[in-house]
Write a protein that binds this ligand. Structure first.
Ligand code: MD3
Ligand code: FE
Length: 211
């Protein structure tokens, strides 16, 4: 791909490439993801406290992030079908390599489906073995109001993540607090049935450079 334009967010380590994927690339990626989801359907996880998420989830790759009464973890199979997660599309592996430069490929891709009223509270991502590895996020469909702030707490900043935007969370931003306040419903017609899909690529298991 041609190098996308990067915007300075003012948050050290938070890298943002608005419109990194053009309309054709978004449609092609969505088709690949929806094909995988036929085998590995979206489901609604519950928090360890038993509250259902408003976001529906599935995963791609050797490991997938799940949440249930036992807690948060990565596991190799879908919690409802017990089948292995489908592979991560080549397009996403290429994007990870081009934009993060990380020496190892991602081993987990969480697929979040936000219908109209879904949101995600402020949290940190710390269930991965190597918290130095970056996280790469791809947004498809309706624009989301994304909130992000320092790991230690303090003022947060609101950013609109639109369809085709890609962001990388690296170094000092890796443990940033972040969440999705709400969608702007109808801002994109990309997702059948409406809403937004976010793909989050991660290194979940230990890297071969550690251990
Ligand atoms: C900032 N997902 O799945 S992606 C998640 O849009 C999650 O579905 C949101 O937060 C979504 O955990 C946000 C952007 C993102 C992903 C990981 C991050 C931002 C991040 C990790 C650290 C800091
Ligand atoms: Fe997160």
């Amino acid at each position: 791909m041609t190098a996308p334009r990067e915007i300075d967010t003012g948050l050290d380590g938070f890298r943002w490439w608005p419109g990194a994927l053009d309309a054709a690339a978004q449609a092609a990626l969505l088709a690949e993801v929806l094909r995988a989801v036929e085998l590995s359907p979206f489901y609604r996880p519950v928090t360890p406290g038993g509250r259902p998420f408003s976001v529906r989830m599935t995963n791609l790759g050797p490991l997938g992030w799940v949440s249930d009464r036992d807690g948060y973890r990565y596991q190799p199979t879908h919690p409802e079908t017990d089948a292995p997660w489908p592979p991560i599309p080549e397009t996403l592996l290429d994007l990870w390599r081009d934009l993060t430069g990380w020496p190892e490929p991602p081993d987990a891709c969480l697929v979040n489906l936000y219908r109209e009223a879904a949101k995600m509270g402020l949290h940190q991502d710390r269930d991965e073995a190597d918290l130095n590895a970056p996280v790469l996020s791809v947004s498809l469909g309706d624009t989301a109001i994304f909130r992000v702030g320092p790991a230690a707490g303090g003022p947060t900043k609101s950013i609109r993540l639109a369809s085709g935007d890609v962001c990388a969370l690296t170094g000092p931003a890796r443990l940033a607090r972040h969440g999705i306040d709400r969608l702007l419903p109808g801002s994109s017609g990309l997702i059948p049935g409406g809403g937004r899909i976010n793909l989050t690529l991660r290194r979940a298991g230990p890297s071969s450079r550690q251990s």
